[in-house]
Design a protein around this ligand. Structure first.
Ligand code: ADP
Ligand code: MG
Length: 576
């Protein structure tokens, strides 16, 4: 163990001591933590400095929510918990949004926050940044722990790691009161108290009877469909998943962040025939995807009248029957479940009926052909399709780049238009459809993968994390941000009927977001046509320099709330 020997004794012959600072750092290092995302301040400023001095990469952000989002997506990309470090009360609360979002999305993450003095907080005597952080975090994450004794740090870190990555992954909160950091103990005993977590996310093998049941249902299908969610991408069982698809011959859909698990251009991809396959399929196998709002809860118009049987692969047993009956639940980790299924899918496996495959393919080809001319439009100002057509070519030419995407129209249209070719390359707003993930995800994606990042952002979505362009410049990250600037939220054309203030969804017209990047030494570009956009992105990605491209989009382009306008409640009174 390296830095553990921190003698604060005056007499060199006396017992050697360590303290809370060193024990936390050593516990993280022992468990392979290489990067911490955070914002410094009381009481964790020195902790950040010491972690950096001990060889951990410490990335400082401008706001804790962005640091938290970075940690969360680092967890998703690596299957190791991403670590976010914040100060007490307000910093903790800022990080908490990201922790809750990570838990909802099943991303493993640990939020470590400093906190104020327990004795004062618990008697509510008004300490600096007084808050019972543990109690507040508990309902918003998988597990929450507080450490009061330096000797417990090793166990606490081990529990936090296990809780984050085992079973269904999620967020964990670790509360470290200020006093803990300078608490001392015997260095040798301290070293012994650390725990290296063995097999943090053990394989969960499905029961053979459940595997057989799933295979029987799948084999009986006339119109089968497989849906992959981001759990399947997270599992990193890419080869097994490809074999399952290709050996079974079944058409597949990929949920937003699962896009690229198999290339969207794969001959069995039914992405462009989504409505048809959801409506007309008779057996649907869900792999790491939940039947939540994003899949219309497995019922209603989207799913049509054809009777359906659902097979579901998930590590979380409670997920089964959450919205509709699951006739063949397969509980286990996706790698083990898919491998087990593959044993039953041999050369005698019946190919899906040819009329189903030809129906799906015909619909897909028709929709792709319908879309094609709109993507080639080189107009100025740009519409979404023209601009996204250019970015679609960028990703086709650079399939290993990571695409971060948020916004309303910018998100919904990009999801459909930009094909992905490799697993875990598309990072977006996830289960909550939350805005503000952009720059945090972009920073962590660049740091964790070393790949170039293209962040395609609505002008409104960007605003939630935009100050982190300074962070991107400070660490000189290969991030190219494209702002789809249509002067407002959804659109920039709303009018306040009473005059006076501009409408609630309208921003400053013709803003130049590119100047923000220039302020910190990055490259700013303003573009008005898809050709200019393509050239600017190519230059940015070739150079690897932090770049922000302000893409001028027709303010009248775009629809309210993108594709989910139906979720807006309507006033009955106003309609009279
Ligand atoms: P999407 O939004 O892409 O449909 P969801 O986040 O709704 O995906 O679903 C992901 C599912 O994947 C969750 O139910 C989660 O429990 C599951 N999951 C995550 N990791 C694994 C894994 N390694 N093995 C099995 N299931 C997993
Ligand atoms: Mg906008």
């Amino acid at each position: 163990m390296s830095a553990i020997l921190h003698s604060i004794s005056e007499n060199a012959d006396e017992q050697e001591l360590t303290d809370g600072f060193h024990l936390v750092i050593d516990a993280l290092k022992l468990n392979g933590v290489e990067t911490i995302y955070g914002v410094p301040g009381i009481p964790i400023t020195d902790f950040g400095r010491m972690a950096q001095a001990a060889g951990i990469r410490v990335i400082s952000f401008r706001h804790e929510q962005n640091a938290g989002n970075a940690a969360a997506i680092a967890g998703y990309l690596t299957k190791k918990p991403g670590i976010c470090l914040t100060v007490s009360a307000p910093g903790f609360l800022n990080g908490l949004t990201a922790l809750a979002n990570a838990t909802t999305n099943c991303f493993p993450m640990i939020l470590i926050s400093g906190s104020s003095e327990r004795e004062i907080v618990d008697l509510q005597q008004g300490d600096y940044e007084e808050m019972d952080q543990l109690a507040i975090a508990k309902p918003l994450c998988k597990a929450a722990f507080r450490v009061l004794h330096a000797a417990d740090i090793g166990i606490a870190v081990a529990r936090a790691i296990r809780a984050a990555v085992s079973g269904r992954p999620g967020g964990v909160y670790l509360d470290l009161p200020a006093k803990l950091f300078s608490q001392t103990m015997d260095a040798k005993a301290g070293e012994k108290s650390l725990v290296k977590v063995i097999d943090a996310a053990p394989a969960q093998i499905p029961a053979p009877s459940a595997v057989k049941r799933a295979l029987d249902v799948l084999k009986s299908a006339k119109r089968p469909l497989i849906i992959f969610g981001k759990g399947a991408a997270y599992a990193q069982a890419d080869d097994e998943i490809r074999a399952l698809v290709e050996k079974s011959g079944i058409p597949f859909l990929q949920m937003s962040m699962a896009k690229g698990l198999l290339p969207d251009t794969h001959p069995q991809s039914a992405g462009a025939a989504r409505s048809t396959v959801l409506k007309d399929s008779d057996v649907v196998m869900l792999v790491g995807a939940r039947l939540n709002w994003l899949l219309s809860h497995g019922k209603g118009k989207t799913w049509g009248d054809a009777p359906k049987k659902f097979i579901q692969i998930d590590i979380e047993p409670k997920e089964m029957d959450s919205n509709v009956e699951i006739v063949a639940p397969l509980v286990g980790d996706i790698g083990s479940c898919v491998s087990a299924l593959l044993e039953g899918i041999d050369s005698k496996w019946p190919a899906p009926p040819a009329d189903w495959i030809s129906t799906v393919n015909a619909k897909r080809d028709e929709n792709i052909a319908k879309m094609a001319p709109r993507l080639l439009k080189n107009s100025s100002p740009m519409d979404f399709h023209g601009a996204l057509g250019a970015l679609r070519t960028v990703i086709k030419e650079r399939p290993d780049a990571i695409l971060v995407n948020e916004g309303a129209n910018t998100l919904d249209l990009a999801r459909g238009i930009i094909d992905m070719y490799q697993p875990r390359k598309r990072l977006d707003v996830g289960t909550w459809g939350v805005m503000g993930i952009g720059m945090g995800f972009a920073v962590a994606a660049a740091i964790e993968t070393g790949k170039p990042v293209l962040a395609v952002e609505g002008d409104s979505a960007f605003g939630f994390s935009g100050m982190e362009v300074e962070t991107i410049c400070r660490y000189n990250l290969p991030v190219c941000i494209v702002i789809f600037n249509n002067n407002g939220i959804y659109r920039g054309t709303d009018v306040n009927p009473l005059g006076g203030d501009v409408a609630t969804t309208v921003f400053v017209a013709n803003a130049r977001y590119d100047k923000m990047m220039e302020a910190f030494g990055g490259v700013g570009v303003n573009v008005t046509t898809p050709d200019e956009l393509k050239r600017a992105v190519d230059t940015a990605m070739d150079s690897g320099r932090p770049t922000l491209i302000n893409a001028v989009i027709d303010p009248a382009a775009g629809t309210e709330s993108g594709r989910i306008g139906n979720l807006n409640p309507q006033s009955v009174v106003r309609k009279k």
